[in-house]
Ligand binder design. Structure first.
Ligand code: NAD
Length: 492
């Protein structure tokens, strides 16, 4: 097979081929083989940890401002190679090229943003009741192991690498075994920008490689972005060895529409909320809760809009919805649609492969009405272009429906009444909530979930707290201070 991409691990500044399990990447838009490679495996996981020890030390030897300058340069290189990165991402992940361009631009912004933070991570002085100067420094954790999913490979890589490096850590990233290409490209760009060899390593492979990285005593923290089941396994593995973890997991976000909102805007946003990225997004607004008096108007408008969305090949500039990522996802989601209908949900739109696309894992934008708690389609993350619609009669019912289930990642409320919009937004159990909008995300603002959606926060200043730990340093300032045998008796 012609190998169009270099799919090897990037360890200590060099490409190293794996000798583990073989993986073959399939183009989701036409089911053709793209490339194959061998997984890094346990031996390269150990090698990566050793490289990260050395690379991390070299990284921390630089001044914080020098580290910031290198991250700033990395942002510039990502902008320089933006089109190459976006094309590769679109090819491997099967995502529309317009989405990939937007995501690569965001990755560049992430490095620029955290470049600014690198020399602004400050400690504090605590006014303790003794003669000490008590200085609290925030120090890096050492080597961060990051595992990322297939649905937004370069976006999630940049999202976690940038703050981890800015805080002075070394990083070993393991992208999804199905989408490793752009993460390896990013590691090579980091080296070109001046990140010392070993400070950022990317290992290609799947569960075996990921588990070996987390299980290593040199792992300072396990950062996992992916499914609930795997996330819990990774957190258990980290926890059993006494290592901290951060989990960014799935979602089943509720988009709540009250009759008094601007319905045209709400309908437009509801389409993007679920159908963008073919619904393969953790923040997808996959549950639409609509006040009963406008339910039929909203559903009909969405049905009409769904028929006009452009489903097509990822490389076409006009494509709004690309294929699902794999045959497995196509089968899984088709099964969920069938079971939803058997359970009493009404198929309003889609439900099958759209006409005109004979190969690839394409699924037409799908709308299912009459979804209820207890139905799989209402409770479980689908991760596809499938919207479950549920009517409600009053505000308390809307809040109860929105908060049903185990996911607490995101949500939205649409209302023309400011007091109600704010009241409901505050009552929703979710890490991010939008009022009269959906999915606006910025690297400047914290993002993350609770319960089934994970724990810890990414983005903004908050993630720097995840990637550093406080160290309390007690400096005696009185040469004649009494030396206590046990604890000091503190003068309050
Ligand atoms: P996944 O759980 O199958 O895999 C995620 C990563 O974990 C991959 O790199 C995989 O190789 C690795 N992995 C698998 N088993 C492992 C093990 N035993 N030890 C260590 N690593 C292991 O998830 P996926 O199917 O790639 O991604 C889809 C999921 O990701 C969805 O549920 C989606 O909601 C979630 N997601 C969440 C966010 C967020 O920020 N909350 C963002 C994007 C995606």
């Amino acid at each position: 097979m012609n190998q169009p991409y270099r799919i090897e691990s990037f360890i200590g500044g060099d490409y190293i081929a794996g000798a583990g399990e073989a993986f073959t990447l399939i183009d989701p838009s036409n089911e053709a083989e793209i490339a194959s490679y061998r997984e890094a495996g346990e031996a390269l996981a150990r090698q990566a940890h050793e490289a990260a020890q050395k690379g991390g030390a070299a990284w921390r030897k630089l001044s914080a401002s020098a580290r910031g300058a290198i991250l700033f340069e990395l942002g510039r290189l990502v902008r320089r190679d933006a089109e190459i990165l976006a094309q590769a991402e679109s090819h491997i992940a099967g995502k529309p090229i317009r989405d990939c361009r937007a995501e690569v631009a965001k990755v560049a912004d992430m490095f620029t943003y955290y470049a600014g933070w690198a020399d602004k991570i400050e400690g504090r002085v605590v006014p303790v009741p003794t003669s000490h100067l008590n200085v609290v420094e925030r120090e890096p954790l050492g080597t961060i192991v990051q595992m990322t999913p297939w649905n937004a490979p370069i976006f999630t890589a940049g999202w976690q690498i940038a703050p981890a490096l800015a805080a002075g850590n070394a990083v070993i990233l393991k992208p999804s075994e199905w989408t490793p290409v752009t993460s390896v490209m990013l590691a090579a760009l980091a080296r070109e920008a001046g990140v010392p060899a070993g400070a950022l390593n990317v290992l290609v492979g799947g569960a075996r490689t990921g588990a070996a990285l987390v299980d290593n005593p040199l792992c300072g923290k396990a950062v996992f972005i992916g499914s609930v089941a795997t996330g819990r396994k990774v957190a258990a593995l980290a926890g059993s060895a006494g290592r901290p973890a951060l989990l960014e997991l799935g979602g089943k976000s509720a988009n709540v529409i009250f009759a008094d909102c601007d319905l045209a805007r709400a309908v437009k946003a509801a389409q993007g909320a679920i159908f963008a990225a073919a619904g393969q997004s953790c923040t997808a607004g996959s549950r639409l809760l609509v006040e009963r008096s406008v339910h039929d108007i909203v559903v009909n408008a969405l049905k009409d809009a769904a028929s006009r969305l452009r489903v097509g090949l990822p490389r076409d500039d006009a494509t709004e919805i690309g294929p699902l990522h794999s045959a497995r996802q196509f089968e899984r989601i088709s099964g969920m649609i069938g079971r939803a209908r058997e359970a009493g949900a009404a198929l309003v739109a889609g439900g099958a492969r759209p006409g005109g696309l004979s190969s690839g894992y394409f699924l037409a934008p799908t709308i299912l009405a009459d979804a209820k708690p207890g139905m799989e389609i209402f409770d479980e993350e689908i991760f596809g272009p499938v919207l479950a619609v549920t009517p409600f009669d009053h505000e308390d019912e809307a809040i109860a429906l929105a908060n049903a289930g185990e996911f607490d990642l995101a949500g939205a409320v649409w209302s023309g009444q400011g007091t109600r919009a704010i009241r409901v937004a505050r009552a929703l159990r979710a890490g991010s909530v939008w009022i009269n909008g959906y999915r606006t995300l910025s690297v400047q603002s914290p993002f993350g979930g609770m319960r089934g959606s994970g724990f810890g926060r990414s983005s903004g200043h908050d993630v720097l707290l995840e990637y550093t730990q406080p160290k309390s340093i007690w400096i005696e300032t009185d040469d004649h201070a009494p030396i206590a045998f046990g604890y000091d008796v503190l003068k309050q």
